[in-house]
Design a protein around this ligand. Structure first.
Ligand code: KG4
Ligand code: ZN
Length: 348
């Protein structure tokens, strides 16, 4: 198993990649649908799958063009089949099955979250993980749909230590941004505004931060933000946007770092990764690096292009699974949630 074509359509990003042994990314091409969803303030599933339908095959062609490869170079096809928006998953899945049949290639369905967990291990001309980074490690996976801390014993052996009990961190960012009148997806806009703000100006709650477990909650933070904004005039909000964003962001980052710290210490591991769309956040990256240096933890955070949804991480997870002989057949189905067998101790 030398080269695998990966397809990712679980939410609103359409992405195709070709990855070879050792996680080497030969090409990754993506179409972002932000403009299509922005007028609605969030991802509209019907619009997402229509755009996937239009974007996917041209992206497959582009992935070949960019890598200078042909179908005869490909040894297998990996596709995200869980968890995600069902209509979006179906577009990727039907395409992957059709291509696998037409090209007579083995097919494997991948859990999107496994993709995020292996994303820091990808490599390309500009990025490679530290040569001595290895399993086991703690993974903090933070995205628009998930905020989970895993004890990653090995590839495919993921123990969930804790997760958000309500909103995902990315969802909290996006909802807060929406309250401020920022365009969807707001996470990155909050990040930019916060860079000029005072993080101590407003006191936002840090739910469960001291609780002796790994679960988190971000809905109280969202409600607190809503209540605060109701006491402010539109002008006041506008002039204090950077301070509001910085203060909100600091609360989210405080919780994430403290749970990561607890996990590393309790499991006595000195290796960790931070991954998923929210790991693109500049303040989180800075705080996580400072925390790692202070605690002598080997920390890997992927470059921005592998933090957000991309098919390279799916192709890589697929390559490892196909290489070990795993195969799916045409009965492979999409699922809105992970499978019970995806994690050592059930699904959250
Ligand atoms: O992993 P991802 O691309 O998709 C999901 O699997 O959900 O994560 C998307 C999430 C969105 O909520 C987006 O607002 C957030 O990641 N995000 C950020 C930043 N960049 C993306 N949140 C905070 N700061 C950022 N720079
Ligand atoms: Zn994701």
């Amino acid at each position: 198993m030398k080269k695998v074509l990966g397809i990712e359509t679980s939410c609103d990003d359409t992405s195709v990649a070709i990855v070879s042994d050792n996680g080497q990314v030969l090409s990754v091409v993506s179409a972002n649908q932000d403009l299509a969803h922005a007028p609605f303030g969030g991802v509209v599933p019907e619009i997402a799958c229509r755009n996937h339908t239009m974007n996917l095959l041209p992206l497959v062609e582009e992935a070949f063009k960019k890598s200078n490869l042909q179908w005869t170079d490909i040894d297998g096809i990996a596709v995200t089949n869980r968890p995600g928006l069902i209509g979006s998953l179906i577009v990727g899945l039907v395409t992957a099955k059709t291509l696998a049949q037409a090209k007579n290639l083995p097919l494997i369905g991948i859990n999107h979250l496994e993709g995020h967990i292996v994303a820091p291990l990808l490599r390309d001309e500009q990025y490679q993980p530290p040569a001595d980074f290895q399993y086991p490690f703690i993974a903090l996976a933070i995205s628009g749909g998930h905020t989970t801390i895993y004890h990653v014993h090995n590839f495919g052996r993921y123990e969930i230590l804790g997760a958000t009990l309500d909103d995902a961190a990315g969802e909290a960012y996006d909802k807060f941004a929406k309250m401020l009148g920022l365009e969807f997806p707001g996470g990155v806009k909050v990040d930019h505004l916060a860079q000029k703000g005072d993080a101590q100006k407003y006191d936002f709650p840090r739910s469960m931060i001291k609780d002796p477990h790994f679960n988190m909650s971000f809905s109280g933070l969202k409600s607190a933000a809503h209540r605060l904004l109701q006491t402010m005039s539109a002008d006041e909000i506008k002039t204090n946007l950077p301070d509001l964003c910085a203060s909100f962001q600091e609360a989210v980052v405080d919780v994430l770092i403290s749970k990561l710290d607890r996990a590393v210490k309790e499991k006595k591991l000195k290796r960790a990764i931070v991954t998923g769309g929210v790991s693109a956040n500049s303040r989180l990256r800075q705080r996580a690096q400072e925390w790692a240096a202070a605690n002598k933890v080997q920390l890997v955070i992927p470059p921005l292009r592998y933090c957000t949804d991309n098919a390279a991480m799916i192709a890589y997870a697929g390559l490892i699974r196909l290489r070990s002989g795993e195969r799916d057949d045409l009965s492979l189905a999409p699922s809105p949630s992970p499978l019970a067998t995806d994690f050592l101790d059930g699904v959250r």
